[in-house]
Design a protein around this ligand. Structure first.
Ligand code: LRH
Ligand code: MN
Ligand code: MN
Length: 424
């Protein structure tokens, strides 16, 4: 972890400017009838889970270009997640991926407790073969034509639940790469039927207080057809399985220009929004930092989420899902967590009464202007104050750099080779 003295010193340098900016923004928001402290308090309780795989080797599915001080395994990864939470106070939980993070539940729990972290959804992995695995997923997993292979994939998901139960997780996320690369390769209907049967077998074993999230993705690694390719199929799955089955929306899993906020609205309307994998993209499943390409779209998603706050049963999970090569992943994840909070804070500023009035009157110009007014507001002083009040850093990235964390862990963690594959 980073020494408190380093955080305090960084904050001391910045606190006077922050208070001045916060007061100025407070006066501005006051004229708009908004209490800045109320927004800060809501933002302060808004957390987003860090994906364990996001702090891992600087890599994509194509290649790895590891930096120094790469985590050697899940316990180093948890240390890195602890630093992200320490500085941002926005990431109290971690989402694990099994078997990448497989370890005795008691040890995972003890380490997380030590760092003040909890666990969000468990992720299963039947999109890769593991060294000791009897049956291959080359031609699919939960939807495989071979019953024994499907059963192996089901059992893996049940094992994820079991590990999750030992560490306080309350959800399982299933994403599969199953699909086909040639027209005619699979019977599209039979393949989905097999998937549904397998998913039902997992759902039947879901603990009462757990939720099952299924994640859709348009294509990749299957390029002709993908079994769970869009929110429509995803909705059908959630509907078929039952009340504790919900859809997970990974922002990068849609065609460019897809109206994702509208998908979010539909899933909320019908009680099936389970949660998010936040990231950003330009072309496909790019897994770029959240808000780095299209912050307005992120805001529009949050506009739907804030509008739905308080609806019965509305409780989406917020998780990041990103990994790439060109930054220190701790910095990127801190930045993304702050971008999620920024979009949330901006969405809280939308004058919903005025918006409803403009919508009723079909005043498109003023309705759009109402959203833009909220989006244009620089809420950074609110985010920084929420961090400061909770013991975090006013400027997390500057403080992280001043602490020299990466150099310190590099001394303990041996350099790793970039040779070999990446991750999905
Ligand atoms: C698939 C995905 C899914 C996986 C993760 C590693 O593209 O988004 O969430 O579990 O990447
Ligand atoms: Mn994802
Ligand atoms: Mn993805």
């Amino acid at each position: 972890m980073i020494e408190q003295t380093v955080i305090d010193a960084g904050n001391e340098d910045r606190v006077a400017a922050l208070r001045a900016d916060y007061d100025a923004l407070g006066a501005h928001l006051d004229r708009r009838g908004i209490s800045i402290d109320a927004i800060r308090d809501k933002v302060a309780t808004y957390g987003v889970a860090v994906p364990s795989w996001g702090v891992g080797t600087g890599g994509t599915r194509f290649a790895r270009f590891p930096g120094t001080g790469e985590p050697r395994g899940i316990f180093d990864k948890l240390d890195d997640c602890g630093v992200i939470q320490q500085l941002t106070r926005a990431t109290p939980t971690v989402s694990l991926h099994i078997p990448w993070d497989k370890a005795p539940a008691a040890d995972l729990k003890a380490k997380a407790d030590e760092l003040g972290l909890g666990f969000d959804a468990m992720n299963s992995n039947t999109f890769q073969d593991q060294p000791d695995q009897p049956l291959s997923y080359r031609y699919g997993s939960l939807s495989h034509t071979d019953k024994a292979t499907r059963q192996q994939a089901i059992e893996h998901n049940l094992e994820c639940i079991e590990i999750g139960q030992g560490i306080g997780s309350k959800a399982l996320t299933i994403w599969i790469g199953d699909g086909s690369n040639f027209p005619g390769q699979t019977d599209l209907t039979a393949q989905f039927e097999r998937y549904l049967d397998s998913a039902k077998a997992i759902y039947a074993q879901l603990p009462d207080d757990w939720r099952l999230f299924t994640e859709h993705k348009m294509y990749e690694p299957a390029f002709y057809s993908t079994v769970v390719q869009d929110w429509g199929t995803n909705y059908l799955i959630a509907k078929e399985l039952g009340d504790r089955a919900h859809c997970l929306v990974d922002l990068g899993h849609h065609a460019p220009n897809t109206n994702i906020e509208m998908i979010v609205a539909r899933l909320i309307q019908f009680g099936k929004l389970g949660g998010f994998h936040f990231n950003d993209s330009k072309y496909g499943d790019d897994d770029l930092d959240t808000g780095s390409i299209d912050p307005f779209r992120l805001f529009l998603v949050f506009n739907e989420l804030v509008a739905a706050e308080g609806k019965p049963g509305f409780d989406p999970a917020h998780m990041l899902d990103q990994s790439h090569n060109v930054t220190d992943p701790i910095e990127s994840l801190m930045s993304s967590a702050n971008e999620v909070r920024r979009a949330y804070a901006q969405a809280l500023l939308v004058d919903r009464t005025a918006l409803a009035g403009f919508q009723q009157d079909n005043d498109a110009m003023m309705a759009a202007g109402t959203l833009k007014q909220a989006f244009r507001t620089d809420v950074e002083p609110i985010l920084a104050m929420a961090r400061l009040d909770n013991g975090g850093a006013i400027d997390p990235i500057a403080t992280y750099r001043a602490a020299g964390y990466r150099a310190k862990v590099s001394a303990e963690r041996p350099a790793v080779s970039g040779a070999g594959g990446g991750i999905v």
